[in-house]
Structure formats: structure tokens, C-alpha cells
Design a protein around this ligand. Sequence first.
Ligand code: F6R
Ligand code: MG
Ligand code: MG
Length: 368
Amino acid sequence: MRVTLSVIKADIGSVGGHIKPSEKLLSRVREFVEEEGRKKGLIEDFYIFHTGDDVAILMSHKRGVANPDVHKLAWDAFRAGTEVAKSQGLYGAGQDLLKDAFSGNIRGMGPAVAEMEFEERPNEPFLFFAADKTEPGAFNLPLYLAFADPMYCSGLILSPSMANGFKFTIMDVNYTEGDRVIELNAPEELYDIAALLRDNERFVVEKIHSRRTGEIAVAASTTRLHNIAGKYVGKDDPVMLVRVQGDFPATGEVLSAFSIGHYVAGFMRGSHNGPLMPVKLNSTISFFDGPPIISCAAFCVHEGKLTEPVDCFDHPFWDYIRMRVSEKALELRRQGFSGPAMLHYSELEYGGIVEKMKKLEERFKVRG
Ligand code: F6R
Ligand code: MG
Ligand code: MG
């Protein structure tokens, strides 16, 4: 059967700062999707969890991508959750719901969306990634390494089904008039792909397809909240779906690039660089409102029904990685505001510094 996987996620309020949603909020969202979605046959199955302060709804259904009813279900579930957030005095209640009325597609309304439709293989494993305190470009390097670099993905050398490589669809997320995208093929156009993906703020992997079969492998969210709201309203914490095994990289090949703990934008006030830490499902946020975190749940889907999730970063190996990433975080934090510790002026998420710079500009004098 043809199945659609839709992930829709939003920050609709959290306990004690930007740490985690309350249990009551999560229960409400779960109950809403169960009653209004699964029981009514709109969706086949769903799974809900949080990464830091973001709530993600993973849904399987038969309605294709960008389905207005499925998007509305998620939107209404987040609104129901927001009511709970308000009733409990949670911080940032409804923060990512940037529009008042639903208009058919949740894209451009605040929540992040990643969706893919495909013909189910007889066995269909996939990974669901969710990050907090960072931006969509955080996935650029891991996706490049997993789908285009045999140093990380040995399947590119060993598996005949991957020998033709993958097609990357990359979006210019600074362009706001519409979706500005380019398609590039690995391995022939590797240097062009790298030239774009080094720029995490602007160029973001939206999709990856197998070149042998044309099948979709990756769908990632590309939302820039700043571009929707015109001001800082929170970081664009991304989500993505990755099909694995067979014609695609193995689960472990996709996970391997996350052992780097590469530096990404985000962290405190969405205005710093910090290493991306792989964490267990339902982890919270702590040191310097971070560090930026990434969680991964592995599933299989059959006739639209999801198995239970496996927590990919809940393994002794990743405890060691977390220690190393903590060291990387501390090392960069030691230099506070200086140089690469903080983002470039144009990427700072708070307007206060703009006002400050305006005042200081007036006081500059040019010596004769
Ligand atoms: C980063 C983030 C937090 C907040 C910080 C200040 O994405 O959510 O680091 O920016 O806690 O929050 P406000 O401005 O809401 O007081
Ligand atoms: Mg938040
Ligand atoms: Mg968040």
C-alpha cells in the first residue's frame, strides 16, 4: 500500500523556561489526535513525544503529503495543547502557532513539517529525528556524510543498490517569495553540494532520493520562523524522516555522522554556536539553554501501522559521545561572546543588539 508519514512539531509551551512540555500538555495532544484522528479513521496510526520544549506528532496515513485534514488535525491538537499550557501558566504557551486561523496547509504557520509518501516495502524501517535549540541546517553535514561520503556510509562502496548515488534537493531558506530549490546529484556534483551545504543558515537539505529507483529517502523540515513572523519568536528546531536499509543507508550509517557532535547554530537565545548532542527520547534542556540536542526514534511501518519506537541514542556508546560533546560545549562556552562562540550579527535572534548598535553608530567619529 501507499503510505504517507507526516511529522508536524511545535513548541507550544514548557515548564520552567524552554525546557520541556508538561505531562498534562502531552496527554492532551495525544488524546486529541487519538479521538479526532485515529478513531475517526483520518490517520492509521501516530506517535507523540517531545525533544526539549518541542512536541512532535508522527502520523501514518493514506492521504498523501500536504493533506489539509491531516494538517488541520495537528494544528487543532496543538491548539488544544496550548489551552492546557495557558491553564498551567507554562512558559511560551502557543509560541510556535503564529497565525490565528488555519488556511489549509500548516506550512508557513509556525510548526515544522516533514512528510513523505511511498509504496511500503514488505519490511519498512525508518528513522525519525527531532532536534531542539538549533536550526534546519544542522542536518546538512550528517545527511551529506550518510548519503554521499563512503568514509561514513560504507554502503556507497559495498552495496550495488546504492552504487548510483543519491539526488539532493536543497532549499534556499532565505528566499521568502516561494520555495527556491536546486537538485544536485551525488557523486558527480559532490563539490557543488558541499559548496551549498557548508552554509547551514541559508541552504538546507529538503529531500533526498535514490537515483536507482527514484524512491524518496529523506524528508526534512525547512521552516524559518523568523521569515514567517518577521522577528525572533524561537529557533526553527527541525525534524526529519529517513528511510533506511536496502536501497538506502543502514540505520548505523545514518547514525554514525552524529558521533561528531558538530557545531551548529542555536543554543542560548538562538544566538550561539554549540555542538549537537545525541540524546535519549524525551530529553530535556539544561546547560546554557542547551546544548543543541538531537533525538532519534527508529520504527517499522506495515500497512500504515507503526511498531513501538526504538530509542537510537539510548546505548552505552552514546554515553561516551555525550561526554565528548559536553567537553566541546564547555570549550567553546569558555570564550563567551567572542568570535565563533556567538553567531554573526545578521543571525542574532534578538533585536536588542540592533538598537544598541544604532546608538553606538551615532557616537563614532572619523578622525581627520
Ligand atoms: C533558544 C531558547 C532560549 C530562550 C531564552 C530566553 O531557542 O528558546 O534560549 O531564547 O531562554 O527566552 P525568553 O526570551 O523567552 O526569555
Ligand atoms: Mg522554546
Ligand atoms: Mg524548541
